[in-house]
Design a protein around this ligand. Sequence first.
Ligand SMILES: NC(=O)c1ccc[n+]([C@@H]2O[C@H](COP(=O)([O-])OP(=O)(O)OC[C@H]3O[C@@H](n4cnc5c(N)ncnc54)[C@H](O)[C@@H]3O)[C@@H](O)[C@H]2O)c1
Ligand SMILES: [Fe+2]
Length: 384
Amino acid sequence: MNRIILNETSYFGAGCRSVIADECIRRGFKKAFLVTDKDLIQFGLAKLITDVFEAHQIPYQIFSDFKANPTITNVQDGVKAYQTSGADFIVALGGGSAIDTAKGIGIVVNNPGFSDVRSLEGVADTKNKAVPTFALPTTAGTGAEVTINYVIIDEQARKKMVCVDPNDIPIVAIIDPELMYSMPKGLTAATGMDALTHAIESYITPGAWTMSDMFEVKAIELIHQHLKNAVDNGQNKEAREGMALAQYIAGMGFSNVGLGIVHSMAHPLGAFYDTPHGVANALLLPYVMVYNSKSEAAPKYKEIARALGADVAGKSTEVGIDAAIQAVKDLSLSIGIPQKLSEIGVKAEDIPALAEAAFNDVCTGGNPRPTSVADIEQIYREAF
Ligand SMILES: NC(=O)c1ccc[n+]([C@@H]2O[C@H](COP(=O)([O-])OP(=O)(O)OC[C@H]3O[C@@H](n4cnc5c(N)ncnc54)[C@H](O)[C@@H]3O)[C@@H](O)[C@H]2O)c1
Ligand SMILES: [Fe+2]
């Protein structure tokens, strides 16, 4: 049996953020709780949303008291703020950090038995749907607006918790590429490589099937077409629209079939050093692809290579593997992604602890090659 969970309604296209008003009125909501981070307020992105509220006399309250790679305390603060706000729905505006914070808040408000947040790690047995949420991504990477996951740091345990819960999915996703033009080059590159990692990991996970493959291959093709252009020409409409769509499509797939150890290994880097999620994935992806090429997923590498623009028609699986890994490396280098963990502040003495944490991550179960702490440690060392 295969299962697929997606948003109830999704909108795509330049300027589509204005539908917030129609959806709010149609659903009879009275007051919005806008979850967005301080940088997005400063860059004027939050104003693009509050302008819509004001034009339609929709009252709102802003919550921005959280950091990139949000923590348990951030979610708990948000729950308190929601409860005194008088709001009856959430609007999440931002990258994965804002959307994940909003998901955590929405789940805890309607499932108060989980107010410790820690008990939500993995697949939590919540009974109630989250507070109805509209999600508007401002990065083209995580796909958090369409996934049933959110990622929260447990600071005490120095751990990134992946929470998987169908009750958290935003009811409305609004993918407006105009919210992404302000991303600087480095953020465009890193978040785009996060989307590519989602597509590749969930294309080769053992749970992949016809429908998820359809999403992931298309996502890889779109990323091949548009990522470099989006990085080099941030104001290019076609590139921004292409990446906005690509990351959503990748999310449609990976949310339903899972990921692998690139994500398992990226999460501890976020917990230990606050490494941006996309940078961690981008750097690790080629090393893990080499490792996973010795698995039942090997024949699928040729299709990854083709989707990334390599001419592999009629070639062997081995040629396909080499071409796929090389294409990922070339793309990553061409958009300025760092290539070694030592360049981004990782400490060699932490590697055993990182490997232990990665092995225990929820995403490890989706890896196509059965793995071990020792194997993961070895991959970290190669990437160091
Ligand atoms: N829920 C999921 O399914 C899922 C999937 C992958 C990753 N994640 C999580 O998402 C988080 C990472 O999210 P992210 O990579 O989108 O970045 P982010 O949300 O952490 O944002 C990073 C920085 O970029 C800024 N920013 C965002 N949009 C911008 C814009 N348009 N212009 C200028 N600056 C902008 C933010 O203000 C912030 O300072 C991590 O915690 C990661 O673990 C979640
Ligand atoms: Fe990711």
